[in-house]
Design a binder for this molecule. Sequence first.
Ligand SMILES: *Cc1c(COP(=O)(O)O)cnc(C)c1O
Length: 386
Amino acid sequence: MIPYSKQSINAKDKEAVAEVLGSPWLTQGPKVPEFEESLAESFQVNHAIACSSGTSALQLAYAAIGVDADSVGIVPAITFAATANAFRYLGAEVRFCDVGQEDGLIDLNSLEKVMSSIRDGNKTGTRVVSPVSLAGKISPLEDIYNLCQKYGFRVVEDASHSPGAFSTNTAGDKEFSGSCKWTDAATVSFHPVKHICCGEGGAILTNSRNLSQRAGLLRSHGITRDTEHSKERPWYYEQIDLGWNFRLNDIQAALGIEQLSRLGASIQSRHILAQRYDNAFSSNSFTGKLERPPCVDGHAWHLYVIRFMEAGMRDEAYHFLKSREIITQVHYIPLYRHPYHASGYTENDFPGAETYFNQCLSIPMHPELTQDEQEKVISSLNEFLN
Ligand SMILES: *Cc1c(COP(=O)(O)O)cnc(C)c1O
């Protein structure tokens, strides 16, 4: 079977994990802060707070920014459920906005419509937009920031798909996903299908000292050792807020440190794979039937998403490829189609998301994919279409 994605583990990863297992600390030892420092350096932010998953990173980021039951969060209709669920854990309302039918990224016109309808609504708490840099293509963060200034929203980028992704601004400078130039915070996931694997894990990235301290406090029960009594009584601590146990452990952090050191190489392998797919799919046997993903310079290629132009073809392709032992996936079912999130929406509200959803298929893309395997994916698609 050729999976659409998988982790890439080498001997140094195993050695780093084994070393922690033989050390005095399995959790909350030196590896977590070391990983956080490397993350902050790699994403070019002042603070990185490692935590137990990408989902808990979103929950901590939203909570630290002040999201509560009086809040509302806007999420693109095409994303993993966690982007929206993390608002719901805090009692906030979730509103969906439409996406571009070609890349699944937040549609600015739809976003502005949703924002202005909320302005006239009754939610008085912190308002947040969570753009998702889907598949590894960075969201239009500066434009989103400008709308957020106009309508009084904060911004948390869900950068789970996009470590290393960038856009180039009008001055010619690269602006990286997760660097928080236009956002209050960003979150990443270290699930095995993502760029950096910790088994499970995540992090909040921010340039705000205040946000970083709050996220750090809530990550571990809301307990602090930084009190006026702690000097004479080193065992003393106080719970000053209601937090969770969302900590990452040293075993996971040791793996993360090794993985992060190979992020550049991983993205480079993904670029080579994307280029090969691109060359193959630009030939006559594919044109008109299969659309390639938009190829931009700073794409981080978490997923390679092709689109089938003819109705029903995507599902047929899924089954055909599976019969050839090639596992593909649909990223994602629009959130308003899930029974839990459905209330108040119809499919007509999201023409972009509906089109994207009906056409998209993520084909194998990960650094361990061999050239032979990739040739098999390409020739199987060719066989299917012709
Ligand atoms: C993977 C992912 C998450 C959640 O990450 P976990 O580490 O699995 O909790 C959130 N948002 C998006 C877009 C993701 O792809």
